[in-house]
Design a protein around this ligand. Structure first.
Ligand code: GTP
Ligand code: SPV
Ligand code: MN
Length: 588
């Protein structure tokens, strides 16, 4: 056992004062014990942490209802505490690390009294990967412990990798009393430490996910020449059996999971899933960009998931055995004891409890499932899991896609002119906000590379780092942009999306392989409509043209907004980004 780990656990315990300390080994038996503790012992707001769902229809599935104030990430309570404020940048909340720790120490003093402190050793990445990291999180919540076993390689395996060394990322987590006024998610990049109190919600509480694998890891990547990104990783197989690996960034609740598990409507094409949320991108020995998914599970958005939109996920959710499947804040079909959410297949059941366990009135105007209700499920159950998932080196990436949710402006797909133009396209990304975080939804905000809530340092430096990475790659991936969300005048989606997105992926692959030409526009290279495989799709030529319409006046307004966003970064914004900005401005 690592002496520095033992010492740190003692320190955590003497501050938080739990009744007992329990070291998790990651076994199946233990997972079921954690769930039983959640069903019969621990409570949230007087409700049990877990209740059992219909195991005939949903094997090994449990429902978790969170505290009603604790349903999404809280960006306003999330801080990155660099010793130098400048390193946090205008994109992060900042607090002086000493002040932050003093505050956290006060809030954490005795916060685990009467509870168990679970010690969760885990690895982000494959144990044999040169890119993986050992981490340890303490928590006082059975839901968090059970979720971490699904989302990471947790238990003995991590202690073995750590050995008697002291190189591990620390995470201190307590749900406290769920008081939003005493809720903080704090990052200390100089110490590889995350400290979170007052929330049991996914990205706030499963500290291996956004807190470590993006905020802290992005800072490590800056110092060590790699990238930690909010990206999916997929392999796209063509009818000849060639597989092209692609990484794609979309803001929260904008389609990553769905694209990562896409079931193709184009015969002969298939998507292999490697990751649906986070990619660590390293320069491989051959100078190409290699991607690993450091996670082992999906923490996915429930509403909208159905046999029609994402049959692979529906199968994944019903395959729970060795790993339980956890549903958070979905509704409940009382007659069958099944989870339910808006957009699920079939008729709306008669008798529903909403996400807070209250009888649901269909006509009351509220959704039954929380809009950010989610499931936690093991990636090992995914029918399209890539055989490369466990490859310690990762997969070589041929294309990067930046996607956003824009009801206007952005075309269905475009290709950037160069790496630096692609970085500019990522940097100027804007997207309409979703329920994944607590804020007004449907409002346009700048979200460069889908990383605005997750970049653990000044984004001016981040853009410069992206440009540098391009220079270091012998064969950088091509960069594309997509938008599945453009609307017509009546507010309907112009593009059918989901499985049909394969048609866009096919064009991207055709471009990578130089099989088709593209048309220049001020914003990027656009497809000739003839080059898109549209057979079997009922879409008018007129709507196809609308999907690719570039409105110069709208773009000029867009650029004004981008300019004021970029201006916040002052001297930190690389000249190359401004050069790309000016090129676009002059071409409009
Ligand atoms: P996070 O887990 O928050 O990072 O989200 P995500 O990017 O994985 O989002 P996800 O795939 O779960 O999609 C979120 C919402 O977008 C769901 O309501 C989907 O139904 C919807 N969505 C996904 N793909 C498409 C698409 O191609 N077209 C349309 N119209 N909606 C889509
Ligand atoms: C997101 O919000 O981008 C998510 C969910 O993937 S969370 O883990 O809460 O960040
Ligand atoms: Mn995400």
């Amino acid at each position: 056992m690592s002496p520095s780990l033992e010492k740190w656990i003692e320190e955590c315990a003497s501050l938080t004062k739990p009744d007992q300390i329990y070291w998790c080994d990651g076994s199946e038996e233990e997972a079921h014990r954690l769930i039983e503790i959640g069903m019969y012992k621990e409570k949230i707001n007087d409700n049990p942490v877990f209740s059992e769902l219909n195991h005939k229809l949903w094997p090994s599935s449990y429902l978790h209802r969170s505290h009603p104030t604790d349903v999404a990430r809280t960006e306003h309570l999330t801080f990155v505490c660099h010793s130098d404020k400048e390193n946090a940048g205008p994109n992060n909340n900042w607090m002086d690390p000493r002040e932050a720790k003093e505050l956290l120490r006060k809030l954490s003093d005795g916060c685990m009294k009467g509870r168990t402190m679970y010690v969760l050793p885990y690895i982000m990445g494959h144990p044999d990967s040169p890119y993986s990291r050992v981490c340890v999180q303490v928590t006082d919540n059975s839901y968090v412990a059970a979720s971490m076993r699904i989302m990471t390689r947790m238990g003995k395996i991590a202690l073995e990798k750590l050995g008697d060394g002291g190189d591990f990322v620390r995470g201190i987590h307590s749900v406290g009393d769920f008081d939003p006024n005493k809720r903080f998610i704090m990052h200390f990049p100089d110490e590889n430490l995350v400290w979170s109190i007052g929330s049991g919600y996914g990205g706030n509480a499963l500290l291996g996910k956004k807190c470590f694998s993006l905020r802290i890891a992005s800072w490590l990547g800056l110092k060590e020449d790699w990238l930690a990104e909010h990206m999916i990783i997929i392999g796209v197989e063509d009818p000849d059996g060639n597989i092209t690996y692609i990484a794609a960034a979309f803001p929260s609740a904008c389609g990553k999971t769905n694209l990562a598990m896409l079931r193709s409507t184009l015969p002969g094409y298939k998507v292999w899933t490697i990751g649906d949320d986070i990619a660590w991108l390293n320069i491989g020995p051959d100078g190409r960009l290699y991607a690993i998914n450091p996670e082992t599970g999906f923490f996915g958005v429930a509403p909208g998931t159905s046999m029609k939109t994402n049959p692979n996920m529906m199968e994944t959710l019903k395959a729970g055995t060795f790993y339980p499947t956890l549903f958070t804040n979905t509704a409940l079909n009382v007659d069958t004891n099944e989870p339910w959410w808006e957009g699920m297949d079939g008729p709306v059941p008669e008798n529903i409890l909403d996400w807070q366990g209250r009888k649901w009135d269909k006509t009351g105007g509220n959704t039954a499932a929380h809009p950010n209700s989610r499931f936690t499920v093991s990636i090992s159950q995914c029918p399209t899991l890539s055989p490369e998932f466990d490859n310690p080196q990762g997969v070589p990436i041929s294309a990067i896609i930046f996607g956003s949710r824009r009801s206007r402006l952005l075309p269905l797909v475009y290709e950037s002119f160069s790496w630096s133009h692609g970085v500019f396209c990522g940097a100027r990304m804007g997207s309409e906000t979703t329920a994944a975080a607590i804020h007004q939804t449907g409002k346009l905000r700048r979200d460069p590379m889908a990383m605005i809530p997750f970049c653990g340092y000044n984004m001016g430096d981040y853009f410069a780092h992206w440009l540098n990475m391009g220079r270091k790659l012998s064969n950088p991936p091509k960069i594309f942009g997509v938008n599945w969300f453009r609307l017509d005048e009546d507010g309907r989606f112009l593009w059918p999306g989901f499985g049909e997105n394969m048609r866009v992926l096919k064009w991207i692959i055709d471009r990578i392989n130089n099989n088709v030409k593209a048309k220049e526009s001020p914003v990027g290279l656009l497809p000739y409509i003839e080059d898109l495989e549209l057979s079997g799709l009922n879409i008018s030529r007129e709507n196809m043209e609308k999907l690719f319409k570039i409105d110069n006046d709208e773009w000029k307004l867009e650029l004004e907004d981008v300019r004021s966003f970029f201006n916040q970064f002052g001297e930190k914004l690389p000249q190359e980004i401004w050069d790309e900005f000016k090129k676009l401005e002059s071409q409009l």
